[in-house]
Design a protein around this ligand. Structure first.
Ligand SMILES: [Zn+2]
Length: 279
């Protein structure tokens, strides 16, 4: 799994992570990735895992879907913003391929200590680990924060001391909807990329311009997380379908157009990340 992200970094594209909010999301992500021959990361954020049926249920469901849909592109099942070391271990035990431990609200000492515990357990089970430094702003799925730029020394320490596979340095991106123009710290990004050789991860990419995404990719980002714009496409289409025919009650008739809207949005994300035709 690590080799996939390393390859993306070397060849200057990013593998999109798309977050799951139910069965239709899993199907849409896999369909879009297969059609465009893109490797893909299927994410579940820790705060919604219970809503999704628990670590084991959702991980097994994603893997079963990969089989029944005859998916041939590489898929990484990832835990996004793991809240505790215990939760990350549960995800590893449930069969996730990759976990993120979010210790960004802790002191750097404590962040390193907790992330290290996740890495030791995960690596023993051939699972890769993403860590975070600084604070990503905004509000999404109950993850709330004010933007705090990642400190270069903290990034180097967390990556090296915890033996991370990927690092998410917060550099001005925001979860959920942006208020005004996103302002990414490209000079800080360049310094981090030059100091650390592992692939970087960009959170809160919905709303960042295509040009800025490409700059981030060229500055070492090989995994980019998307959630908000897919959910906006889904909900806009759902509202439109229901408003067009007030007598509709057949679930498939109601849900199919919103699924198609998600597939199109995910394909557009894959084009932005230039991860198409890579497998
Ligand atoms: Zn995030």
């Amino acid at each position: 799994m690590n080799a996939l992200i390393q390859q993306a970094k070397q060849e200057h594209y990013a593998i999109p992570q798309i977050n799951v909010n139910g069965l239709l999301w899993i199907e849409s992500i896999l369909e879009a990735a297969e059609a465009t021959r893109s490797p893909i990361i299927v994410g579940t954020t820790d705060k919604v895992v219970e809503f999704l049926g628990g670590y084991h249920f959702i991980c097994t469901t994603i893997k079963n879907k990969i089989k029944t849909m005859n998916i041939t592109i590489p898929v990484i099942v990832h835990l996004d913003h793991g809240l505790t070391v215990e939760n990350c271990k549960k995800a590893v035990d449930a069969g996730y391929d990759s976990v993120m431990y979010d210790g960004s609200k802790l002191s750097i000492e404590e962040n390193i200590k907790q992330t290290k515990a996740v890495v030791e357990y995960a690596h023993n089970n051939k699972v890769i680990v993403e860590g975070e430094v600084g604070a990503i702003g905004g509000n999404e799925d109950g993850i709330v924060g004010n933007v705090k730029y990642a400190d270069l020394d903290d990034c180097i320490r967390l990556a090296q001391e915890a033996k991370l596979d990927t690092l998410a340095p917060a550099l001005g991106s925001v979860h959920g909807k942006y208020q005004g123009e996103p302002d990414l710290g490209f000079s800080e990004m360049k310094a981090i990329q030059e100091a650390i050789d592992i692939p970087l991860v960009l959170h809160g990419a919905s709303g960042i311009s295509d040009e800025d995404l490409l700059t981030a990719i060229h500055l070492g980002h090989a995994k980019i997380n998307f959630n908000t714009e897919i959910n906006i496409a889904w909900s806009n289409q759902l509202r439109q379908t229901l408003n067009q025919d007030k007598s509709l009650f057949n679930p498939q008739q109601i849900l199919k157009p919103s699924k198609a809207a998600m597939v199109e949005t995910i394909k557009s994300i894959i084009y932005k990340c230039t991860s198409y035709n890579r497998v």
